[in-house]
Design a protein around this ligand. Structure first.
Ligand code: CIR
Length: 259
């Protein structure tokens, strides 16, 4: 079935993105070019793109993943744990209209999509600086009825859960195990340990035997190739300076078959 990827162009004010990075501001023009390579790479994975125009005055708006969680015909509209980012939501939700039934999260719940890792019948959710216990409960109320068990995982370091883990292929989970305890993930698949020096590459994106990785992480690249995956590496230097990673820049869903 076709995968649709909702994405959004990089804003001109990207240099003002929220970040914990201490190595200097990102270059918005270079970030725009890196994002275009990412869009090409999504096409290489087989996605059909729905790319929104840049949102003016919203430096973080390229990180659409945080605005919604989509699975099994349900679209949970999140309340970002960064209040300044909530204005990014409406256009993303509009683009997700055909992805399923819309469920709205309400105050006091907060949740960023970057805290949610969906693997088979399980959804791991980071309890982080962005996602609170009420957010976890709202996620469970939305997805439990469609057969997905929600499992909270404490995030003690880093921005989001998926800053330290991801699932680039069915049943395969990358975990930066110096940052996150890998134990809960073992119930959902085979865990590949990402070494501390390469923890940024724990955020990978893939399906259908192909995977994207940030460039410059040879150990993780070799791990995925040894699993038989075809790997494409992307320079994400400016995206990283805004605390972003590969999964952050798309919301994915499966197209409904024609009736
Ligand atoms: C933020 O701090 O909200 C953005 N600068 C980065 C968001 C990255 N999103 C993600 O990992 N899903």
């Amino acid at each position: 079935m076709a995968v649709i990827a909702v994405t959004r162009e990089v804003s001109a004010c990207f240099a003002d993105a929220i970040t914990t990075w201490e190595g200097g501001q990102p270059d918005a023009e270079l970030a725009r070019r890196q994002h275009h390579s990412y869009l090409d790479a999504l096409r290489w994975l087989g996605a059909e793109l729905r790319t929104l125009p840049a949102l003016s005055g919203a430096p973080d708006a390229v990180f659409v993943e945080d605005m919604a969680v989509v699975a099994r015909g349900r679209v949970l509209a999140t309340r970002s744990g960064a209040p300044a980012r909530r204005a990014e939501s409406p256009a993303v939700l509009e683009a997700l209209a055909e992805a399923g039934e819309l469920v709205q999260m309400s105050d006091p719940a907060t949740l960023d999509g970057g805290d949610v890792l969906w693997v088979g019948d399980r959804m791991f959710v980071g309890v982080s600086g962005r996602t609170n216990r009420a957010g976890v409960a709202a996620l469970a109320a939305c997805f439990d009825p469609v057969g997905i068990r929600v499992i909270p995982v404490p995030v003690a370091a880093g921005l989001h859960l998926k800053s330290a883990c991801s699932s680039p292929a069915p049943g395969l989970i990358l975990v930066a195990d110096a940052v996150l305890d890998p134990t809960p993930f073992r119930a959902a698949g085979r865990v590949l340990a990402v070494p501390p020096a390469e923890s940024y590459a724990a955020n990978s994106l893939g399906w259908g035997g192909r995977a994207l990785l940030p460039a410059g992480f040879p150990v993780v690249s070799a791990l995925l190739r040894a699993e038989g995956l075809e790997v494409r590496e992307l320079d994400q230097s400016e995206i990283r300076k805004a605390d972003g990673a590969l999964t952050c820049m798309s919301v994915l869903f499966e197209a409904q078959p024609p009736r």
